[in-house]
Design a protein around this ligand. Structure first.
Ligand code: R7I
Ligand code: MG
Ligand code: MG
Length: 361
């Protein structure tokens, strides 16, 4: 049997494959199952509705229409295709894939401003793929969560090459997002998926250790943007959010606390207000949560993320990508999965991504 070194436990090749599939499927499932609730403020009554929604779909005999995926999955598919098609990642090709995907199916719920980037990329014939994004919002660039929501394939592909993972997370995001918070949010999400990937799926994640590692890594990334600041992570935006995650994980969970969490970590469309809460949901769902009635950690993570309200498809998609990278495909409830549009395409794509990666190492 083939073993891989450099992991915190002995990971065999079929576990790696399972984690590739688990993460891409987690991303798809969060998107599909979360999309019907996007933009809503979820109340405690809605939690019961969400519980019933999951219970109903989990029943093997339930045959509802499938849940459609949105831009989160459409763009994630392009990132995976880009990694499997070109021997050396070619960002111009990725830009073309994003644009073609958008023009084939523009009605997938894309962010309101990103269409301008696609138009400019197309009309400029991809001469400078970072320019259109840098011109958004009067030259400040978008801080939306569009880079983070599609990042999973990069974490998986570069799970044993941290430096290149960070570089590609940054550059792939810069095609659509020029703002430091949009870019570093995507890097933080990539780091969280990678860390979950490297952990033993048979063990509960140690939340404090998980946060400490993330803090160290994102500190390195963020400090280069704030060279004039003293070496004080309190002042760095995502470092401060990770400290808040740690704080909230150690409090007793109640409806009031959930409101406080949403107020502080956010649940909006910006990366800053969505990546941290997705990571929080993943960590909190390692253990039972009041009024999320399921023993399946995978379902618990996605269901909990949706109860945060706001940008539910994207928060659940990001939390799903992290839990899937930890637990792998076996943890996924197949009766839930079958309600998600084109899940078999995602399985095939994850398999190709894995095979292509094996050729590279
Ligand atoms: O980031 P992006 O691809 O959107 C992704 C989100 C996900 O929730 C998807 O599920 C989908 O619903 O959209 O798209 P952008 O258009 O770049 O950013 C999303 C939105 O964030 C914009 O339409 C703005 O409302 C807001 N935004 C900003 N507002 C003011 N100033 C992003 N950057 C700025 C800014 O600099
Ligand atoms: Mg979406
Ligand atoms: Mg969304």
């Amino acid at each position: 049997m083939l073993f891989f070194r450099n992991y915190s436990f002995k990971m065999v090749s079929n576990q790696i494959q399972s984690k590739f599939r688990g993460s891409l499927l987690g991303s798809l499932m969060g998107d599909c199952l979360g999309a019907p609730f996007e933009g809503e403020l979820v109340s405690s009554g809605d939690k019961i509705i969400i519980q019933r929604y999951f219970d109903k779909m989990e029943k093997p005999e339930y045959e509802g229409p499938f849940k459609k995926y949105t831009d989160d999955t459409a763009m994630m598919k392009s990132v995976a295709k880009f990694l499997v098609t070109t021997p050396e990642p070619d960002l111009n090709y990725l830009a073309k894939l994003f644009v073609n995907e958008y023009y084939n199916e523009p009605k997938r719920g894309y962010g309101q401003s990103v269409a301008t980037v696609f138009e400019k990329l197309k009309h400029s014939k991809y001469t400078d793929i970072f320019r259109p994004a840098s011109e958004q919002f009067d030259g400040r660039g978008s801080y939306g969560n569009g880079g983070a929501m599609r990042i999973a394939p990069i974490s998986l592909y570069f799970h044993n090459d941290l430096e290149n993972m960070i570089k590609l997370a940054r550059d792939s995001t810069r095609i659509t997002h020029g703002h430091m918070l949009g870019i570093n949010g995507a890097i933080l999400q990539a780091l969280a998926i990678r860390q979950a990937f490297l952990l033993d799926p048979t063990e509960t994640v140690k939340a404090d250790e998980f946060c400490n590692t993330l803090l160290k890594q994102i500190h390195e990334v963020e400090k280069s943007y704030f060279e004039d600041l003293e070496d004080n992570s309190e002042d760095l935006p995502y470092c401060a959010k990770i400290k808040q995650i740690k704080y909230f994980l150690n409090q007793e969970f109640t409806d009031d606390l959930q409101e406080e969490i949403i107020e502080n970590l956010g649940h909006g469309i910006s990366a800053y207000d969505s990546v941290p809460i997705a990571i929080f949901c993943f960590l909190k769902a390692q253990n039972p949560i009041p009024r999320i009635e399921t023993n399946n950690v995978f379902r618990r993570t996605i269901q909990f993320a949706i109860t945060m309200g706001g940008d539910t498809d994207t928060i659940a998609c990001m939390a799903g990508a992290i839990v899937g990278a930890h637990l792998g495909e076996e943890a996924i409830n197949k009766t839930l999965l079958k309600h998600c549009e084109k899940y078999d395409d995602i399985i095939a794509l994850a398999h190709k991504l894995y095979e292509n990666r094996q050729l590279q190492i």
